[in-house]
Write a new protein. Structure first.
Length: 693
């Protein structure tokens, strides 16, 4: 990494000390004592240079400037354009232009992250114009000029040109001043409009030794290539339109944020070819994201549950609490499992007794959350063992949260506060929270109170954050209930919608969840008819553990707008095409999909993970957490998990998945538009930071 100054020299060499004095006062302070020049250096963050490269013509006597550089310990390299003396022909002008391009291109590579400064002073007018063009093409940290003051008369210039500067570095400083034309100029997109980025490796330059000269036979190749690429860039709008309507090399529709197409082609190619992994977690975390499939009853970790309970509850059954506490102290996990079974037997018969003993049980683990984690997850603490355990075992991992915990105001608010912190840390900008408010009423709360507590916390803690954040609530209907109980749930939802306008404005739709084998969608059509008449959004867990027939029924009997998981959809290509045509969303949850069904084993009936297949078929597939506490994950980690299960997921595909989430969200159109604009602007900034030319 070096700081480089590049300038041209066409006549008098005295301009070189002025440029060097501006960029490197430590070596030669031409502007000594000038507060104004010091201010300019500080304002534009001009750092001392390590080397100065001078592009010049044949025939100049360089003896004096070499002596000057050696006296002041300034590292100069002279690059002489062979065959160019007085610019008496168009060929000479073109040859010099090509060499200036080549020199600046190689200086960018040579600086290798250091500062690159370009000077417009010192050469003929055409050379200055070429240097300015090179700055716009290849980029630089500062482009500056050395100007004369009004006091710099012809007599002053003659004296300055005739006198030696070896012993008088600042004698003429008052007659000249630097002016910075541009700073931090990025490379032009045209250097990457072809199949590869224009690079120093393509057009190398053998540098002369320090203080030495190199007579370079420039062949004009760099200039020809630049002119070719400039001509190509004239087709920008046509190319942009073609990119929008075409498919990529995988046949994937280009459903991506539109502003990204204005990035340099080389950056787009890198994003399309770069596969994400655990090393890219910071990049994924910084991207704005949306989570459309997240269950409030599964967001907490074991430590979160302890924190919520210990923050609000107190011991009610001293004998029971003491018994459990002794088992915790002795780390007798088998006996604790027996007490856990005993505890949950009360849940169906005497909920008041259950809740009191439940909080006492959790309080016993206040000083040992690791043991509580081991009790809840057992062997599944090991990610390698947490694989293909089935839906029933997976759901049991959430026994200590959901309807077991969320029966009081302090528990609901505490859960929401923990969850909001997770959303903020994961940069989730839009979330559709799934919950069963009428299941959280067993200790006297009303469903209206439950949703009010949820909305209070989201409005005050989540939506108050900047930039834009929004949320909606999806109410769950459980399949495992009887038809009469399902009807009661539907009636309760409709009543809640009509009775609470605040909830109605945040209500996104309903979710038919639970074990697919419990109730096929076709059997519930009549019960769902009120929802269908009211045009309420519907999402249905289907095709996760049961056949693709469940997916078909969800779409054709219940008019599902989205499908949760949809892993078996790949077994019906015609239905897949229908999903693409109707733009039906698919909510995939990589961790829970692998933990429940299993996709790591290449011999599995469900291998490979169908995510990429769905993307390539143009399906609106999305990435979600499902139960971030139970699955021990975050939305950021879900994208990485998706890449692992898919045997690589590119950045481009990752961004398509994020955009899909907005497209198939149940947000109102006005919110949808705001989210799309907000996401697009932020994603562009993040990609510019991480994928520079």
């Amino acid at each position: 990494m070096k700081n480089i100054l590049v300038l041209t020299l066409g006549m008098s060499w005295q301009i070189v000390p002025e440029a060097v004095g501006f960029t490197n006062p430590d070596a030669y302070d031409f502007f000594a004592g000038s507060d104004e020049v010091s201010r300019i250096r500080k304002q534009y963050n001009i750092e001392p240079v390590d080397e100065c490269w001078i592009v010049t013509v044949e025939g100049l006597d360089l003896t004096a400037i070499q002596a000057w550089a050696q006296k002041w310990h300034i590292n100069l390299r002279f690059i002489i354009c062979a065959g160019v003396k007085d610019f008496s022909s168009e060929d000479e002008i073109r040859t010099m232009r090509s060499l200036i391009y080549r020199t600046v291109l190689n200086a960018v590579a040579y600086a290798h992250g250091g500062k690159l400064y370009l000077s417009l002073s010192g050469g003929r007018k055409t050379m200055s114009a070429d240097m300015q063009d090179a700055a716009n093409l290849f980029g630089c940290d500062a482009l500056f000029h050395i100007m004369e003051t009004r006091e710099c008369t012809g007599d002053i210039r003659r004296r300055y040109n005739s006198e030696s500067l070896l012993d008088m570095p600042g004698a003429y400083a008052s007659y000249y001043y630097p002016t910075v034309m541009n700073i931090e100029t990025p490379p032009s997109f045209i250097i990457s409009t072809d199949k590869e980025v224009l690079s120093a490796e393509m057009y190398p330059l053998d540098l002369p030794p320090l203080h030495g000269t190199l007579v370079y036979e420039e062949n004009g190749a760099v200039l020809d290539e630049i002119q070719h690429r400039k001509k190509q860039s004239a087709q920008l709008y046509s190319n942009f339109y073609n990119m929008l309507i075409s498919e990529d090399s995988n046949g994937m529709r280009r459903d991506i944020f539109r502003k990204l197409y204005f990035l340099p082609p080389a950056v787009l190619r890198r994003m399309q070819e770069y596969n994400i992994g655990s090393k890219d977690r910071d990049f994924i975390q910084k991207l704005p994201k949306a989570d459309l499939h997240t269950h409030l009853g599964g967001v907490l970790s074991a430590a979160d549950i302890i924190s919520i309970v210990c923050g609000a509850a107190h011991v009610q059954d001293t004998q029971w609490h003491s018994l459990v506490s002794r088992l915790v102290a002795s780390k007798n996990i088998e006996a604790l499992r027996e007490k856990q079974t005993e505890l949950f037997q009360d849940k169906k018969t005497d909920f008041n007794r259950f809740y009191a003993r439940y909080t006492d049980f959790v309080l016993s683990f206040e000083k040992d959350p690791e043991l509580f984690d081991a009790l809840l997850f057992g062997k599944n603490i090991d990610p390698d063992a947490y694989y293909k355990i089935g839906i029933d075992a997976y759901q049991r991992l959430g026994d200590f949260q959901g309807s077991s915990l969320l029966q009081s105001e302090w528990a609901i608010r505490g859960c929401m506060r923990v969850y909001i912190e997770k959303l903020l840390a994961d940069n989730v900008r839009y979330v559709e929270i799934r919950c069963s408010p009428y299941k959280y009423t067993r200790l006297g709360l009303s469903a209206e109170q439950v949703v009010s507590f949820i909305m209070d916390e989201m409005d005050s803690r989540y939506c108050s954050e900047q930039p834009l954040r929004d949320y909606r609530i999806i109410v769950i209907i459980g399949r495992e209930a009887s038809l009469s109980e399902i009807k009661d749930s539907i009636d309760a939802i409709q009543k809640l919608r009509s009775a609470n306008s605040r909830f109605s404005s945040r209500f996104a739709g309903v979710d038919l969840a639970g074990a697919e084998s419990a109730a096929e969608p076709a059997k519930l059509r009549e019960l769902f008819m009120d929802f269908l008449r009211d045009c309420i959004h519907i999402t249905i867990h289907a095709g996760e553990t049961e056949s693709v027939e469940n997916v078909w029924q969800a779409v054709y009997h219940l008019s599902a707008d989205r499908i949760g998981h949809g892993l078996k959809l790949r077994h019906n290509p015609v239905l897949m095409s229908r999903f693409a045509d109707k733009r039906i969303g698919i909510e995939m949850c990589p961790s829970s999909n692998d933990q429940i069904v299993g996709f790591r084993d290449p011999q599995s009936d469900d291998a490979p993970y169908p995510l990429l297949e769905y993307l390539k078929k143009g399906l609106r597939v999305t990435i979600n957490t499902d139960n971030c506490g139970i699955s021990r994950t975050t939305l950021t980690d879900e994208f990485i998990k998706a890449s692992v299960l898919s045997k690589n997921l590119s950045v481009w595909q990752c961004l398509a998945l994020i955009r899909n989430s907005i497209c198939v969200s149940f947000a109102p159109l006005s919110v949808h538009t705001q989210l799309m604009r907000s996401f697009e602007d932020e994603i562009l900034d993040v990609c510019l930071e991480y994928f520079k030319v």
